[in-house]
Design a protein around this ligand. Structure first.
Ligand code: IPE
Ligand code: IPE
Ligand code: MG
Length: 262
């Protein structure tokens, strides 16, 4: 265990339940957090960036293998230009500030989404940290920026169509696994658990393909207030779920009790 994680070890050690291998979070509610305090929206985003640090470190401490954070959607480009610019600046600051901590804690950073729309400096910072952390193997931190699930699926279809047109891929060989290989998340497992903060009951174009069978946990807590104990609440809730994947409850219990499909 790395000694450099800034977490409440007593609190996190008290949790003895299941930890999802891949946790994905829709970090929503920064604007409402700011509005309740009569602050500009950007102050909410700044507070949200603090919450990112603490949740990343808690997940690393608890042994989550992959953490995916939805930071900025393809649709968020439509927000007022000053908010978009503020968010991009915050993202750049986050990368610079967290770079050393990510490396020290053996965390691999990967950014998913359409990078062509990002500023050149930001793209360069992302590539630099991705390369520097490429061999880290304690946790993968996937940050979704300029990301949309539909856009990702269309892009995968384009890649597949190109290979079919080139003659390097036989259309009859296209299956789920080939399709997955063309997504941004190629090689990563699907999330077991998706958390959305601040109460909205929707997916907002997040990981549409990958969450087919993910458990959903929606909390009214606003993202800047989401802390280690809120994370444990979500894990507790997840712990009590029965994941059936289309089977009956009885079938799932047989597998759990005997380790076979019976
Ligand atoms: C989430 O907070 C951050 C981004 C989408 C970039 P919001 O900015 O959406 O906060 P609300 O939903 O307005 O409260
Ligand atoms: C979803 O939040 C996107 C992110 C958290 C990055 P939004 O605030 O953009 O979602 P909607 O507009 O309420 O669906
Ligand atoms: Mg929102």
């Amino acid at each position: 265990m790395s000694g450099d994680l800034n977490v409440d070890e007593d609190l996190l050690d008290s949790y003895e339940g299941t930890i999802p291998g891949h946790l994905a979070i829709i970090m929503d509610g920064n604007g409402r957090w700011a509005r309740r305090r009569d602050l500009p929206r950007i102050r909410g985003h700044r507070a949200g960036a603090q919450a990112v640090r603490s949740v990343v470190e808690a997940c690393r401490y608890l042994g989550v293998d992959t953490l995916t954070l939805y930071a900025f959607s393809s649709q968020n480009w439509q927000r007022p230009p000053e908010e978009v610019a503020g968010l991009m600046t915050l993202f750049e600051i986050y990368l610079q500030r967290e770079r050393e901590r990510l490396l020290e804690n053996d965390i691999r950073l990967e950014v998913i989404g359409n990078r062509d729309r990002l500023a050149g400096v930001l793209r360069d910072s992302i590539s630099e940290i991705e390369e520097a952390s490429a061999n880290n193997d304690q946790m993968v931190l996937q940050i979704a920026v300029s990301y949309g699930g539909r856009e990702e699926i269309v892009r995968a279809a384009q890649g597949i169509a190109r290979e079919a047109a080139d003659g390097t891929l036989d259309p009859d060989d296209i299956d789920e696994s080939v399709f997955e290989d063309h997504l941004y998340t190629a090689g990563r497992p699907d999330p077991e658990l998706v958390i959305r903060t601040s109460g909205e009951m929707r997916i907002s174009n997040f990981l549409l393909w990958q969450i087919a069978y993910s458990e959903l946990y929606i909390t009214d807590t606003l993202w800047p207030d989401f802390d280690e104990s809120a994370l444990l609440d979500a894990f507790h809730d997840y712990e009590g779920r029965e994941r059936r994947f289309g089977k009956t409850g009885a079938q799932v219990e047989t597998v759990e009790n005997t380790g076979s499909d019976g």
